[in-house]
Design a protein around this ligand. Structure first.
Ligand code: ADP
Ligand code: MG
Length: 535
């Protein structure tokens, strides 16, 4: 057990040097000169080292990286304290669970001490496919008939999705006041060990978070490894630059420019209390850095409910300020619609001429039901050319409809016979809503013959390679854990009607969680923010 190893470990391997600087490499170098060589050799040698050295005093972190660490309690604690301070000082921070509405007391957001290994080809592929994903979401969102058809079975039983679709119908019938759609998406993947490919978990089309904090953790890992003796060339080679926050800020500015009014503001719609406020602030400050004259205001739904709509221009006005762009960091979960007034507010914003990120259509295009339908043969080709369709299709695992009828019956039977292979997903965002493995029997069993099942889709489970790392979380003493990672790639898309005006991908998020934990949300306390070490 790692804690026992730490306690029992002899300390004689402490090398003479600057604090823990270089400890990982140098400690090994004393016994393993091959680690000075090229990365690949070093890696092989390091693996050997792991196998041959007395396990009591050296552990590879993570096992494939060309460095290893002494699990010396003093050195480790010193490194962890340094790491925490760096993260606090550079803004990888969150409000506390005890006071989510206050910035009086904050803490570092959970992070990984080392970058986690991720296949270079996996990140490259995820970035390449993002352009097609952006185009796909835009094309689906602007095909009202398709959205209606696809969500038909869901809305019979899922009140939340029905209410969203009703807003969509209303605006569609009335005629839109804003032709421009704006999405800041995040496509999530795991690198599947069987197929050796990235496989899509989902596409987030509303309130995609962690562009801000992930950018910080990417910078942190660079600093941390360089402090341990890595050269800039090594970090350049293995730790990709992360432009997530600046990329999203650029997207907001592009949308604001398209609104084309110098004094129009960008509105962040925020929850009354949120632990993740600094992730939002980071994007806000990036906007100011890039375009100092833009004004950003932060309002809750309740404040937005007081906004007025100009009857002629349909301009959205808050405290006399015209809103050019609305960026939702709220409004994705049923419990955020606390009253009918909040629903009316969402409708009011949809009716306005403000550019919405996302519009109600984009929001719906990001549902799990849409993802499942798009995986059916020929569906992607409706929206993408052959090459783009092939790229996206390669990232899909099995997705199955639970609609009433033969196809749905077959999927139910599959899930009940072999639940360990699947995830059951309702049309929800924000984590904590899915059912994994054996528990599917309890959820799906009682509704297997009823229309209730159509609220869900069934998805094949993806199995990424595990590795070792330290999750640094407030209140938890650090120890080596077996963890798995999930990659998110940010996409920015703006279109007018069917036409695409901007299609970009910017930066990434790696989230890592203990193996065996099903859900992955950082804010939910499952995962932690990480960055990829490209192999
Ligand atoms: P949400 O919209 O709530 O974020 P997701 O579909 O992203 O829902 O699922 C939440 C988490 O569950 C993911 O971040 C991932 O860790 C895990 N997960 C979801 N689908 C799969 C899958 N097919 N295989 C393995 N893990 C999954
Ligand atoms: Mg998710």
């Amino acid at each position: 057990m790692p804690p026992k190893q730490r306690k029992d470990r002899p300390t004689k391997r402490r090398f003479a040097g600057n604090r823990y600087t270089g400890s990982l490499k140098k400690a090994c170098l004393e016994d393993e000169p091959a680690l000075q060589d090229e990365d690949e050799e070093a890696c092989a040698s390091a693996k050997k080292y792991k196998q041959t050295s007395s396990a009591a005093n050296c552990v590879m972190i993570p096992h494939t990286l060309p460095y290893c660490t002494l699990v010396d309690e003093d050195l480790l604690n010193e490194a962890v304290e340094d790491a925490k301070d760096w993260n606090l000082m550079h803004g990888n921070v969150m409000r506390t669970a005890e006071a989510p509405g206050s910035s009086e007391v904050v803490n570092y957001a959970p992070f990984l001490l080392y970058p986690s290994p991720f296949p270079r080809v996996g990140l490259q592929e995820a970035k390449r496919v993002q352009y097609a994903v952006n185009k796909l979401i835009h094309s689906v969102a602007t095909d009202f008939t398709f959205l209606e058809e696809v969500l038909q079975s869901v809305i019979e039983v899922d009140v939340f999705t029905r209410k969203l679709l009703e807003i969509c119908r209303t605006v569609h019938k009335e005629g839109t006041s804003q032709e421009i759609h704006f999405g800041m998406l995040r496509s999530d993947y795991m690198f599947d060990t069987n197929t050796k490919q990235i496989k899509q978990i989902e596409v987030n089309a509303i309130a995609s978070s962690f562009a801000g904090l992930a950018s910080k953790v990417s910078m942190f890992h660079r600093w941390f490894l360089e402090r341990q003796g890595w050269t800039v060339e090594q970090t350049d080679k293995h730790l990709p630059e992360n432009t997530a926050a600046s990329g999203l800020a650029k997207g907001l500015i592009e949308a604001w420019k398209l609104y084309n009014k110098q004094d129009a503001v960008i509105l962040f719609v925020v929850e009354p209390e949120t632990r993740n406020i600094f992730d939002q602030r980071d994007i806000e400050y990036e906007v100011y850095k890039q375009q100092p004259q833009v004004r950003i205001i932060r309002c809750t739904m309740s404040k937005v409910s007081k906004a007025s709509l100009d009857s002629n221009s349909k301009a959205l006005l808050i405290d006399g300020k015209e809103v050019g762009v609305v960026y939702y960091r709220d409004g994705y979960a049923p419990d955020q619609y606390t009253s009918d007034e909040v629903w009316q507010t969402r409708l009011k914003v949809e009716r306005s001429s403000a550019i919405k990120c996302p519009s109600i259509q984009y929001h719906l295009a990001g549902t799990k039901k849409v993802q499942q339908v798009l995986s059916k043969p020929g569906m992607l080709e409706r929206f993408l050319d052959a090459e783009e369709s092939a790229l996206v299709r390669k990232t899909f695992v099995g997705l199955y409809s639970l609609d009433m009828g033969e196809e749905g019956d077959a999927a139910v039977a599959m899930a009940m016979e072999n639940p360990g292979k699947y995830v059951l997903k309702p049309q929800r965002e924000g984590g904590g809503n899915n059912t994994f493995g054996e528990a599917i029997v309890d959820v799906l069993g009682p509704i297997s013959d009823t229309v209730e099942r159509t609220a869900f889709i069934l998805m094949e489970q993806i199995h990424p390679q595990s590795h070792s790392n330290y999750i640094i979380r407030a209140g938890n003493p650090p120890h080596v854990e077996n963890v798995i990672s999930e990659l998110g790639v940010f996409g920015v898309v703006i279109g007018r009607g069917k036409e695409l005006l901007l299609n970009e991908q910017h930066g990434h998020l790696l989230r890592t969680k203990m193996m065996g934990v099903d859900e992955g949300g950082v804010a939910m306390g499952y995962g932690a923010i990480d960055s990829p070490y490209l192999e």
